[in-house]
Design a protein. Sequence first.
Length: 430
Amino acid sequence: MIRKPRLDLHLRQELIPLPLIIQEATLLEMDLLELREAVLTEMSSNPLIDIDRYSDFKILAAKYEDLSKLAEIMEENVEWHGEEEEDDLKVRRDELIPAQEPSIWEKLEIQIESYFDSEEDKKIAYAILEHLDSFGYLDKEPENLAKELGVDLEDLERVRRAVIEFEPFGCGTKDFNEFVLFQAHDKGYFISAEEVQDFLKKNEDFRRKLIPYPFFQEEVEHTRYVIPELIYKYVEGKLTLFVNENFYPQIHVSKDYLVLLQGASQDEKTKKYLEEKYKRVERLMENLLRRKGYLRKVGELILEYQEDFLTGKTNRLKPITQVEASKKLEIPISTLNRILKNKYADTPRGIYSLKFFFHRPYGKGAVSTVSTEDLEEKLKKIIESENKEKPYTDEEIANLLRSTGIKISRRMVTKLRNKLGIPDSRERKI
């Protein structure tokens, strides 16, 4: 009988282990509590994971090809824990701590220090801050405040416009009507101050989404209890970074199952099952090490850029965006976004979100494709070349910049124009 070659196609359902890159992305997004829960869930379905005795990093230290050799070493009860800090330098933090985000006043002060270069502008901005009432409105007429400070009304209005663009949005507006006017302009409704009340009556959708007063945006927050992943602590007078070790999952490989895996008496089905589970343990440990390494790199960059802020020498954050940070760290921006998500640092100044240290330009508009200096130069050229009888509005300038591939909002154009001391379109009209 002649056997002819043939090709058969079979379909069957099979549980495929989570790919390395997907698992890595998932673990990066988790905070410490979620991470421990994920490890416990994996333990419930993987008998090779043990958390009691044997070191998890032993496998990764040498990538043993011969499992019997690994079993022999483990019989000797030799422990290896990777490159960790000396015992007296280990910093452990396992209690839940309230996430101490900056207060409204601290946020505004940090933005003033980070945004204004001129001491005169800072003086005006702090005066505006001191004259905010309990709702975030200016409690004194701009004309009177300018006289009190001995500055030109034009300079005070320029600084006030910049402060209004800070977070929370609208601080320094004169009253409810002006705050509504700014919100309407931000959403593309170019109405005048006299039209505010009629606009509110006619536009129900806008009215539903209206922010009632500037400080309302901060009052809706709730206290969140967290376990910080990074800890900045003074060691011999120097601020030093530590990764929180106490709550970090320590995974070990079960000695009994490793011995079982290298035994010759196992049938193929059992051996294949144990090999798959072994690969999952190895993959999980690699991802946990990689996650810890990423966190350390981010923590070191924060220390490099923001040491003066962390130590209380200044309230000014050195500007660095997530895009700039990802380039410096040589990691994809999507990976950095996951690392920063729901992660906190314990600093001498309190508990801060990691995202706090990587801010975009203040205000809700953002520029991500050119530097601020280049953008200011482009803005000047557009205004210099405009028709003086019909000057561009901020929205038209934003559209012109968008047409060149620059991502920018009208609000950001207004903010940059105010910073440069350029009047609005009505005042520029001849």
